[in-house]
Design a binder for this molecule. Structure first.
Ligand code: IMP
Length: 422
């Protein structure tokens, strides 16, 4: 059975955790392919709210979860998340690819120091060391999971990298690294011993599972416009959240994926800096933020909020090839008298119905909106036809503009607050 991918179509925080959990029930395997603990997925199961940053959120349902080569792993965070699962008696079947790169304390310090260097032009990273860990991978000086679980290799690598990082941090950024090389080695070596049980060739195992007809789900983190190449560079993350990232992040061929679910939040949000054409900065924006509880799962930062953006979504469709859409947080729009949706941008006499490649155009663009009647939900809607007509129109408009069916509408964090559209 070919694999299913879950992708954030906007700037992340679209509610992928809930959708992965929803579909994860039927998945044999759930696989993460990029990012690290910059992600924040919330899954509500009964009265229990679980937050995941590094482990795939599908862990609550799937039989077996995988962390692919394209992920960067902070073992200190992995330990905490595994302990939290142990506390609730959840059995974990986890496999980690030996090729995945490891986040060390110097990466966290570099992340913060780089941001300070940017002065007024910060990226607004999560501060989790993600960018520096990926940079070391590209420099070919990174330390991988296969090194973490091998005492001798870990010692050699830490001894080699530490003096360089210390010099860089102290001399360039004036930042002191408080741990000694031995302290870091000892801490990471302990973690490596603990995690040895999880090592396995994720590329091989996932390909075998796909070939033998297993149901495999690939769980994206962040969102399309945080993609390092196709997002709003430089205000992006350092990995590839788009669907093409699955092949390189896991080690598999693109023709093994047949279902690509785009998660579209019914409005738009982004955390951190960077262009955001439909951003709402006044009272409507504040109301949306409060109703949608738009505060970062990882950093607690208030998210920037704005109207739904069709040019952005059409571009997302082009970059990802969605085969269906899951529309989330429609309930948050309930009670607004009027809703707006961006339908095009214009700049220098040109009109765009897609997201321009030039960030200058995006920043300077005028946005053309279409207004929709608002709607009020009762909370009892179980089927598409139970939704108010104006909500149905809003959904159909998105479907028509994206050219792909909306198969799921989420009206709240609970599994029961989900409408499957025939
Ligand atoms: P980094 O991934 O920590 O380097 O942060 C780079 C940019 O991506 C910042 O704007 C972050 O706020 C954003 N970002 C990273 N992870 C997430 C996420 O899971 N959801 C939303 N934004 C994110």
């Amino acid at each position: 059975m070919p694999g299913t991918v879950i992708i954030g179509s906007q700037w992340g925080d679209e509610g992928k955790g809930k959708v992965t959990d929803f579909y994860g029930e039927t998945a044999d395997l759930v696989v993460r392919y990029q990012g690290g603990n910059n992600a924040g997925h919330t899954v509500v199961v009964g009265d229990r709210k679980m937050k995941f940053h590094l482990l795939p959120s599908g862990i609550m349902r799937a039989k077996h979860v995988f962390i692919g080569a394209g992920v960067v792993i902070d073992p200190r965070v992995l330990k905490k998340e595994l302990e939290n699962l142990e506390k609730i008696g959840k059995e974990v079947h986890l496999t980690i690819d030996p090729r995945a790169h490891i986040i060390f304390p110097w990466h966290n310090l570099e992340d913060g120091a780089q941001e300070n260097e940017h002065g007024g032009e910060k990226i607004g990273t999560t501060g989790r060391g993600i960018g520096p860990a990926y940079a070391d991978k590209c420099y070919r000086t990174g330390i991988r999971f296969e090194d973490l679980i091998n005492e001798k290799r870990l010692k050699q690598k830490v001894e080699k990298v530490y003096p360089f990082k210390k010099k860089l941090l102290e001399k360039t950024f004036g930042v002191k690294i408080k741990e000694t090389a031995d302290e870091i080695f000892n801490q990471y070596n302990e973690l490596g011993k603990e995690f040895l049980q999880y090592v396995g060739d994720v590329s091989l195992e996932v390909n075998e599972a796909l070939d033998s007809g297993k149901n495999v789900m690939f769980e994206g983190a962040q969102g399309t416009f945080l993609d390092n190449d196709f997002g709003t560079y430089p205000y992006v993350t350092s990995s590839h959240p788009i669907s093409g990232g699955v092949a390189t992040g896991v080690g598999m061929a693109i023709n093994k994926i047949s279902r690509i679910i785009g998660i579209v939040k019914a409005y738009t949000t982004r955390v951190g800096e960077g262009p955001f054409p439909t951003e709402l900065t006044g009272r409507v924006g504040d109301d949306l933020r409060e109703k949608g509880q738009e505060y970062g799962t990882t950093t607690g930062r208030p998210r920037r909020v704005g109207w739904l953006d069709i040019p952005l979504l059409r571009t997302s469709m082009r970059l990802n090839g969605f085969t269906e859409i899951a529309l989330t947080k429609l309930d948050v729009l309930s009670g607004f008298e009027k809703l707006k949706v961006a339908i095009s941008y214009s700049h220098s006499g040109k009109t765009f119905d897609y997201f321009p490649y030039s960030m200058r155009s995006v920043e300077k663009a005028q946005v053309q909106y279409r207004e929709f009647e608002g709607f009020t939900l009762s909370g009892k809607e179980k089927k598409f036809k139970d939704l108010p007509k104006s909500a149905q129109n809003y959904i159909k408009f998105i479907e028509e503009k994206m050219g792909v069916p909306i198969k799921l509408v989420s009206l709240g964090p609970e599994r029961s607050q989900t409408i499957l559209v025939d």
